[in-house]
Ligand binder design. Sequence first.
Ligand code: HMG
Ligand code: MG
Length: 307
Amino acid sequence: MISTKVKIVEVGPRDGLQNEKEFVPTEIKIELVDRLARAGLANVEATSFVSPKWVPQMSDAATVMAGIERRPGTVYSVLTPNLRGFEGALEARADEIVIFGAASEAFSLKNISCSIAESIARFEPVAKAVKDAGMRVRGSISCALGCPYQGEVSIEAVVDVVERMKALGCDEIDIADTIGVGTPKRTREVMAAASKVFARERLSGHFHDTYGQALGNIYAALQEGIEIFHASVAGLGGCPYAKGATGNVATEDVVYLLNGLGIETGVDLDQLIEIGDFISRAIGKPSASHAGRALLTKKRDGVAACV
Ligand code: HMG
Ligand code: MG
């Protein structure tokens, strides 16, 4: 049964901006996080405490976290690949730590320089430290619907990592289509299999829109009872280790879809459209959101866009 309420995790400031070649000024990142939280996004993935050699765009993680306003009730998440990252996140008073593995061995090696088994062993002390600190931990599984290096990824491989992340104590687990190759049928199958081993209401769908399938995949996952989805305002982003992958599905498009289905998100679409425009101008790229572009045109010119 389709849920009447959905949580949207806004990943634009992290997943979106991490891929920008030109360094995005820290004040812009702070304003982006603050405006997204004010627009009603109850969970904002703000930055990552990763090696600046690997992802230079996130090198200002501590400054971003120190500069944002903390809205009561908003969960500010950050990515950490190791204990060093966790220490930075703890000092920065993040609410939720995201550990990130993959269902594909080849991608794991490219993204975090180790095998899947090694990554789980590396996350073990991180997850324990997170729990000891009374924080939430989320596990993200990349390439759950396909890999840029190895191609096909089996459902068994995804379920295996879900089980390993569950054993680490993850509060939430993300099924991520890093390169946007998944289609609705496969999405349903993967979600159904994952929810046999982990609570359905704590599984999330993280869909990139490279092949234009993300909204279809969200609808399919909704039919499978999934109620948490990741999205990126203006469809920002890609992945530095997945060549050619485009951004996450645009938050504006997801909110428009869910509004149409009568599903509550708590997000103010009007504010979101303005935020999409703000960040698109700031990075000098057109918004990738269909609903964002159409609604902005309608708002500014009083007519609906026809392209
Ligand atoms: P490594 O080079 O194998 O490890 O990287 P290392 O321990 O030799 O560290 C290299 C350098 O980084 C050293 O500096 C460390 O001190 C430093 P040096 O001694 O050479 O001056 N370092 C750090 N600095 C700051 N914070 C840290 C940290 N750790 C080490 N936490 C490592 C291994 C895991 C560190 C590296 O591969 C890494 O940081 N990877 C991050 C990759 C990343 O952020 N990818 C994008 C996020 S995942 C994603 O987007 C997918 C997702 O959206 C879901 C989906 O769509 O699939 C979540
Ligand atoms: Mg991603």
